[in-house]
Design a protein around this ligand. Sequence first.
Ligand SMILES: [Zn+2]
Length: 283
Amino acid sequence: MYEICPECGHKHIVATLERGTVLYECGGCDWYSAGADPFHVGAWSVRIHQALAPVDILQSILTAPEGAAFLRPRLRGVSYLSRPIFPLESDLVGNEYVRGEMDIAQQVYLRQMIVLSASYVELILRDFFECLFRAHPLRMNQVLPPKDSNKAVVSLSEIVKADSKEALLAGLASQAAGYKASGEIDRILRELTADCRIQLDRPFLEDLRELKELRNRIVHDDTDEQVTFAKVHSSFGLVLYIIYVLSQVADTYKIPCWDDVGFTEDFRIKLAATTDQCEEEAV
Ligand SMILES: [Zn+2]
């Protein structure tokens, strides 16, 4: 957030994380500033990558040609697969049968991963807005009631109950972020990216709408739509792209970001490489 020292103009600003708040210190003078709670870009990217590791493990087991033969003698649990209701049924649970159950397991799991990726979009947006409203409390005017008046009102009891002004604002930021994240996510992101003039590298909003619709069909309809591993990967790729876009929005809105794993830079490099590759293929 600070690139040069506002006191001495020194270009070496060190940012550290102190109890959840970013502390900026100048390397040339004794200026320092404690920013608001940062948007944890690094932590979110790690969480998303960790959510993908079990997909790899299960894909390796569930799609291996010899997977059923490997799994059958090792089956554990409470279902009839490991404990047949009638002892003779153990003969019926052959490799073919186990393979069928593995295919079902794969579909159940992949569909739930789509639901999980859609939940992450909501959680990340909520976290982002909480940071935005903590850094710029006046932006809550458009979100908190009474709506459409552009002047949010806080009740006397809320003020009396609050331990401090900071605690009151933090509570309001959490409430306002909840309202925002439960709204139309694609519309919210369209507004954010347009407002910050962010150049999008993919049909981001369409992909987001598609993910939301697929998630709703899985959760609300009795659909037998098949989900592939590639689809799950592309959904999580979209979640990572949202983190990347939000880190740019955070820059424009002057919201402190904490990216201790260098996710944004890595992602930018990967994105540029993919774009170059696509252009080469098109030539
Ligand atoms: Zn300085």
